[in-house]
Design a protein around this ligand. Structure first.
Ligand code: DGP
Length: 137
């Protein structure tokens, strides 16, 4: 754990999140600034700033969990599509330096920019979607 890392705090239970799935190496929870309804983050439980520093086991676990979460999103929300997005470094608009994969439901014509602006979501709506996704996992 790295003390000033918000995702390490969430993994350790020291900061709150809407958790939907967890195993030894990966944790899935709702993004608090959702780019679309049902936007989930899958983070490695080990701290690595980005792809370059992550262990192969951590990467495999996060990728497999992202696929499970995408399946739950497909079941619950039936979006038109789903993006998996993973940013490395400021030039890629990475804002939290702890490895994570965005699982992002998409709607035809939503014109979502890949580098979306961060704006707080409605926590009641985020929590309700977390319960529905958790039940589908
Ligand atoms: P990126 O910009 O690719 O590093 O994505 C970081 C995402 O993390 C961004 O969509 C907002 C989200 N985020 C930042 N802080 C928190 C937090 O404390 N809780 C949750 N659930 N999400 C957060």
């Amino acid at each position: 754990m790295t003390e000033d890392c918000i995702f390490c705090k969430i993994v350790a239970g020291l900061a709150p999140c809407f958790e939907i799935a967890r195993d030894d190496r990966a944790l899935a929870f709702m993004d608090i600034n959702p780019a679309s309804p049902g936007h989930v983050l899958v983070v490695s439980t080990e701290h690595a700033a980005d792809l370059h520093g992550l262990s192969p086991e951590g990467l495999a676990a996060a990728a497999l969990m992202a696929r499970r979460v995408a399946g739950a999103i497909q079941t619950v929300l039936a979006p038109d599509g789903i993006n998996l997005i993973q940013a490395n470094g400021p030039g890629a608009a990475q804002s939290v330096a702890h490895f994570h994969i965005h699982v992002l439901p998409r709607t035809m014509g939503d014109r979502l920019p890949i580098n979306w602006l961060l704006s707080p979501g409605d926590r009641t709506a985020i929590g309700a979607l977390a319960e529905r996704l958790k039940a589908a996992l």
